[in-house]
Design a binder for this molecule. Structure first.
Ligand SMILES: [Zn+2]
Length: 142
């Protein structure tokens, strides 16, 4: 599964920036990927940003475990597909259960990561003009 496939639901959607009220459409090329390391954790931040005020909107946080779970989910999906039409219902039930389990594991991991990184990601420009993304912890939540 590549990023484009994963981002299908948000692609071509019109969104209004909650910081500056600018309305913009999320295009394929709007989806960015940045390698990050925060709290000792390495992950890819998948995001898009408001073209007006540059506020970053996170699409997802993808760490090693995330990719592993996606891979396992894809594998389980393929097993279900391969078994389709064999009329082996016992196996079909087993595979469907497995698929559901893998799907839940991925969902839970995504929730966990969003929980862990409940703050905000924002652009920073250093004195050399390099643009980086920093994570800002949300102090309001305790
Ligand atoms: Zn904005």
């Amino acid at each position: 599964m590549d990023i484009k496939e994963q981002m299908k639901e948000i692609m071509d959607a019109s969104v209004t920036c909650d910081k500056c009220n600018h309305e913009f459409v999320i295009k394929e090329e709007s989806i960015m990927k940045e390698k990050m390391e925060v709290k000792g954790l390495k992950f890819d931040l998948i995001y898009f940003y408001c073209p007006s005020c540059k506020k970053i909107y996170r699409a997802s946080i993808q760490d090693r475990k995330y990719y592993l779970l996606v891979e396992e989910l894809d594998k389980a999906r393929k097993q279900v597909r391969d078994n389709f039409g064999t009329f082996d219902t016992t196996k079909a039930n087993k595979l469907n259960k497995k698929l559901k389990k893998k799907s839940n594991a991925l969902k839970n991991h995504v929730l966990e990561m969003n929980d862990k990184f409940s703050g905000e990601f924002a652009f920073f420009v250093d004195n050399k003009g390099n643009r980086t993304i920093e994570y800002i912890e949300n102090d309001d939540i305790n």
